[in-house]
Design a protein around this ligand. Sequence first.
Ligand code: B12
Length: 446
Amino acid sequence: MKLALIYPNIGRKEHGMFLDGAKMEPLGLAVLAGLTPPAVETILFDDRLEDIPYDGDFDLVAISVQIFTARRSYEISDEFRRRGTPVVLGGVHVTLIPEEAEAHADALVLGDAENVWQELLEDARAGNLKKKYMGRTAERPQNGTRARREIFAGKKYLPVTLMQFSRGCPNRCEFCASGVYFDKRHHTRDVGDVTDEIRAQKRKLVFFTDDNIVADKEAAKELFKALIPLKIRWVSQASMDMLDDGELMNLMVKSGCLGNVIGFESIGQTGIEEMRKDSNARFIEDGYERAVAELRRYGQQTWAAFTVGHDADTVELIRETCDFALRHKFCFAAFNILNPYPGTDLYRRLAEENRLLYGGKWWLHPEYRFNHASFVPKNMSPDELTAESFRCRQRFNGAGSILRRAFEPRTNMRSPYRFFAYLAYNPIFRREVFNKQGILFGYEKG
Ligand code: B12
């Protein structure tokens, strides 16, 4: 049996394909390859770096779909199916809106692959695919299975190993897609499996793709203790309430953590309350001053993630958000426009209030552009929101800002390695920000 795994690109610029300059390994597909019996010939095609071989003699094509690649995913699956090759679609977006995805697939996997992938492969071999496989969320992600990284061989990815320790997050933020996917639950892998998987590969820089690596603080401590002897450096995503636990923070630092993506989301208290970002509630009271000081004390090179366009946001507040990020010299910052993902409470609320643009399906709309507003904000026009968020990106990622932020003594200048990492990655992300702004989804003009 021959299986093609496909990771789709986002889309195109007016005059050609969008070339992603900061490509990371698609871990989900390496996990899928790990769950696949070795007798099945398994090949990865990454649409971000190579052509899709529609005429290959595959018995099954498996595509991982996220919302921003949905349009492109359906183009690819439709083309394979036209040629008679069966296609299975899976991933976050498919799970959140299966009624849309089913028109483009022979089979869907809803939720994690762990519980259903073997059954699906057997059905595919027998030519007997079911329309839907309910994967649910795996209580033990990967379940003793190692991600099969050999499928990445020869492809040019950033030199960082993606790895997962846990999946999901118990927080109930109104806008979050993974909160819906995981039903606000959090599942961890066996710590020994994780450390074995790290030892089995060569790199010393690891990106834990966890939604919130500190969601279960005791489990996180167990992991961090086990990481110390491995002498790796790592980054992940974490909620701010980790700062309440000194033991956790000390272990995190000792285990090689360079910093985390932290959802600051908003610098306004009303916004934080309205979006139900409970993990920030105590820290917003003093405008995050204590949180930022603590993060510095632990030497964390923080990636501060903001979402703009909340009902409490005004043009002035968005500008102040950018001032805040510049003043605190964060290592990186993202100013993402709030996006209504189907299945979330935010999506439902905006739909009820008649505020969704692009017919409510911005991700499939031929005119929707990446990083543009997809709904009507309360205190500004959609175009103003688009322009203000882009202005934040321009200001934060400007050459002068990169230089000024480099000289933060307790974080970016804490060691030569950190300084080098800062200077290596900032220009990469800067290019990425400008390159991706305003691209259209999919390759085919609608
Ligand atoms: C790592 C990550 C990234 C990395 C990219 C990694 C890469 N390879 O390129 C970075 C940081 C660059 C990134 C960027 C973005 N990301 Co991101 N990212 C993630 C994150 C945290 C983890 C994904 C991961 O690797 N998981 C580990 C693997 C093992 O799990 P998995 O992929 O889910 O696969 C499992 C199952 O889903 C299933 N499965 C998946 N695919 C398939 C396919 C088939 C056929 C089958 C059977 C099963 C299956 O089986 C797997 C094993 O169980 C997720 C959050 C999440 N929980 O999914 C967000 C997430 C996917 N990202 C998201 C978004 C919005 C973005 C951005 C648009 C953010 C922005 N505004 O810029 C960008 C765009 C990226 C781009 N392509 O340009 C959203 C997508 C929302 C949605 N509804 O689809 C998520 C869900 C975050 C969230 N909380 O909303 N991201």
